[in-house]
Design a protein around this ligand. Structure first.
Ligand code: ADE
Length: 344
């Protein structure tokens, strides 16, 4: 067990303890890592898809979509050959649709310009559409063993607590990156990067870190006492939507509207129309749905009459799974029984 005095006063102290810290972390990871499907493969395409899905989306939600996405697009060639609508339909529910568009675009570049081979250097990965420093480092280290540190929000929080830095300090991001680079295990960078992320996701939690379970506890300056940046101020938006339905059973149809192709979020995707309820009209149910920084609360109405339907298009409910629906629309249509529930 490391001595308490071993706490890191500055990032340079990390170099002294880096070897012990790596060993402690990797031993912890070997014992506690979650058994996740993208950890059972070395296929760079599958690792890449997982990393794109995992950005800003919880592991549980990703698990639900990962298998189906790879069943539909098992290779970079299959993804490249698909239409954008097919890709967005399979992405439906994961949110942040720009990520799906960039993934698709990068697959086309890889097939067209790289003979279908995902490049194996950090620089070449960075040059692909949608690859920032994090994605290039995550894919490069996990799939190809490149000795680069992947720094996402979890890693940033872990290292800030270890060193006692505040995100409000000048140069915070650069300091974190420097410490991450000093600590990365160059022999097992993929396991190391995933281990720090795992530590952040399961032990070094934003609000109530489980320090007694932490393999880095003896080197940590703050032991969870560290104030984390204030919780982002989520906005709340209340609105109403309608599910206009006609027909029954296998001939049932629902009316959907297409979002503008210029919309900043979920451009071109299908959704239920907005609705202005009559005074006193009761909603069928209420759904809560978070999109980026907004918590949406949506009252869902099922108007008794279809006499005044807004502009839109009727779709057979049996076809819905082929459409690029917004996540909220899918949630509501499942709740209405128009689509099967998610397979977990
Ligand atoms: N978050 C993003 N990628 C991850 C990974 N490979 N393991 C754990 N958490 C992650």
């Amino acid at each position: 067990m490391p001595a308490t005095e071993a706490q890191l006063p500055t990032h340079s102290a990390a170099a002294v303890h880096a070897a012990e810290m790596r060993a402690a972390l990797l031993a912890w990871y070997a014992a506690h890592r979650r058994d996740l499907p993208w950890r059972a493969t070395r296929d760079p395409y599958r690792i890449w898809v997982s990393e794109v899905m995992l950005q800003q989306t919880r592991v549980a939600a990703v698990l639900e979509h990962y298998r189906e996405f790879l069943q539909t697009f098992p290779t970079v060639q299959a993804l490249s050959a698909a239409s954008e609508a097919e890709v967005l339909a399979r992405w439906s529910g994961l949110g942040y649709y720009r990520r799906a568009r960039m993934l698709h675009h990068a697959a086309q570049v890889i097939v067209r310009e790289q003979n279908g081979e995902i490049p194996r250097t950090a620089e070449a990965l960075r040059a692909l559409p949608g690859f920032g420093a994090y994605t290039a480092a995550a894919v490069g280290s996990i799939a190809f063993g490149l000795p680069v540190a992947a720094v996402d929000g979890n890693v940033e929080r872990v290292l800030a607590r270890i060193a006692g830095w505040s995100a409000a300090e000048r140069g915070f991001a650069a300091q974190v990156r420097e410490l991450a680079t000093e600590l990365v295990d160059t022999a097992q960078p993929g396991d190391y990067n995933q281990a720090v992320m795992e530590l952040g996701a399961t032990v070094c939690l934003p609000r109530q870190p489980l320090c007694l379970h932490c393999p880095w506890q003896g080197w940590c300056r703050t032991r969870g006492e560290h104030a984390m940046p204030a919780r982002s101020t989520m906005q709340r938006q209340h609105s109403a939507r309608a599910a206009y339905l006609r027909g029954q059973g296998s001939t049932q149809q629902v009316l959907l509207c297409r979002r503008s192709s210029q919309a900043s979020l979920m451009a071109g995707m299908w959704e239920l129309p907005m609705y202005a309820p009559q005074p006193g009209e009761a909603a069928a149910f209420t759904v809560r749905h978070a999109i980026t920084v907004t918590n949406h609360v949506i009252d869902l109405f099922t108007p008794a009459s279809n006499d005044l339907v807004p502009d839109g298009q009727w779709f057979d409910t049996a076809q819905l799974h082929e459409l690029a629906l917004t996540g909220l629309t899918r949630k509501v249509l499942r709740r209405l029984g128009c689509m099967p529930s998610a397979k977990v």
